[in-house]
Design a protein around this ligand. Structure first.
Ligand SMILES: Cc1ncc(COP(=O)(O)O)c(C=O)c1O
Length: 409
């Protein structure tokens, strides 16, 4: 989208404002399908990355499935019209009540703990399950988003395969899928192959004769820094498809291959527009104070993530070095530290790029500031507006969910 479009949207809808390009999301979906050229490829978009209903509806209509990680996400996907068989439920540390609720909806249950597998078998002998394994491959764009290897809570250890098989036999479970997810923002293409190899090593017809699919999670990274080289997904995708076809031969039957991309599908489609209202010099630091803050885009604070920031109102200004801060009562409330930018003046509009994944969806109302409005653009038109809550909405929500109690302990 061009600067002038962002300026128009900010003027019309106010700031802060999330802007998403639905056309780009669909392009990414089709790109991945083209790169991984396998006739039985199924993509399940990781809903946690961005739950905007207009984006999800566009993906549903394109035939995409959903990777859901909570009963709320499952219910939401069903509500939006995703069929149960298009949804995989990959929760961790789920409660019995959560398990039963999702099981009743007919969604495939992906189980990553021996203890949950045993409870599932006891409650529903003969049920169909998918099993999540830890591929023992460690990769991702932050230690906090690496989900394989020694330090993670996710998945069953590969070395526990005999324990898994004992439980499967005891409760006559039908294992229809095997799953792994290495991490978010996988840096090295080799990690995809290593993780696939690890999962395939246990996916034998002797261990699991009823397999219908293997699911290799998400993690396809996109560049966030201006000089970051994108991964060669054409080569990676064809390598993945080849490897899977070889696997199918050794397994002796055709299977589906699934992935659960989040970031790759939505990161680049989103921009957070925020207006600078204060310029201040604190001895050595030149500070640009904006009308957004870290609860609305937490990745820089949580992961030390880099997001490109554009001065949309003054792109040709003389370069200066800024700390770009939010309006939250915390010193760490910065989108960027010591960032060279074209001169920022009070009233300028900034665009924070790659704000489509894990930004709004990880947001909150710390300091009682409501999350921004979201607009979705497609084919040169605004097709959806999700309004920002008012201060009154926030207060009504807090007070409306509070009641006095009189319970003796
Ligand atoms: C199980 C699972 N699948 C898929 C994803 C999506 O990862 P990404 O957004 O990096 O593609 C995640 C994210 O953490 C995940 O935990």
């Amino acid at each position: 989208m061009q600067n002038e479009h962002f300026l128009t949207l900010a003027e019309h809808f106010g700031t802060p404002l999330f802007v998403y390009d639905a056309g780009m999301v669909l392009e990414r979906y089709n790109d991945l399908k083209r790169f991984i050229d396998h006739p039985r490829l199924e993509l399940h978009y990781a809903l946690k990355a961005n739950f905007n209903p207009a984006l999800l509806t566009a993906l549903r209509d394109a035939g995409c499935g959903i990777d859901a990680v909570s009963p709320g996400e499952v219910e939401y996907a069903l509500h939006l019209g995703f069929a149960p068989e298009k949804i995989i439920y990959t929760a961790n540390n789920m409660t019995d009540a959560e398990f039963e609720k999702v099981y009743a909806s007919g969604v495939v249950m992906n189980i990553g703990e021996l203890s949950r597998l045993r409870k599932a078998g006891f409650a529903h002998p003969g049920m169909s399950v998918c099993l999540r394994f830890n591929p023992d491959v460690t990769d991702g764009d932050s230690a906090k988003t690496m989900t394989g290897g020694e330090l993670t809570k996710f998945g069953i250890l590969l070395e526990d395969i005999d324990k898994v098989l004992d439980i499967v036999r005891e409760y006559r479970l039908k294992v229809v899928g095997l799953h792994e997810h290495t991490g978010s923002g996988i840096q090295k293409p080799e990690s995809f192959h290593a993780a696939m190899k690890a999962l395939m090593s246990i996916a034998t017809p002797e261990n699991f004769p009823d397999l219908e699919f293997l699911d290799f999670g998400g993690g396809f990274k996109v560049p966030y820094k201006p000089d970051e080289q994108p991964i060669d997904y054409v080569t990676l995708g064809s390598g993945i498809a080849e490897r899977f076809k070889e696997f199918e031969k050794s397994y002796g039957r055709q299977l589906k291959i699934k992935f659960e991309p989040g970031k790759f599908m939505v990161a680049q489609c989103g921009t957070l527009l925020t207006r600078v209202n204060t310029i201040k010099r604190n001895r050595k630091r030149l500070i640009a104070g904006t009308d957004s803050g870290f609860p609305q885009l937490i990745r820089p604070v949580l992961y030390d993530a880099y997001h490109q920031i554009f001065n949309l109102s003054n792109p040709e200004g003389r370069e200066e070095i800024y700390d770009i801060c939010g309006n939250i009562c915390e010193t760490g409330d910065r989108f960027a530290e010591q960032r060279p930018m074209p001169e920022i003046r009070e009233g300028d509009l900034l665009g924070i790029a790659n704000a489509g994944a894990y930004c709004y969806s990880m947001g909150g109302i710390y300091n009682l500031r409501a999350m921004p409005s979201e607009v979705v653009v497609k084919g040169g038109k605004v097709i959806s507006l999700r309004r920002r809550a008012t201060d009154k909405d926030l207060i009504d929500n807090i007070t409306g969910t509070t009641e006095s109690c009189d319970m003796a302990l």
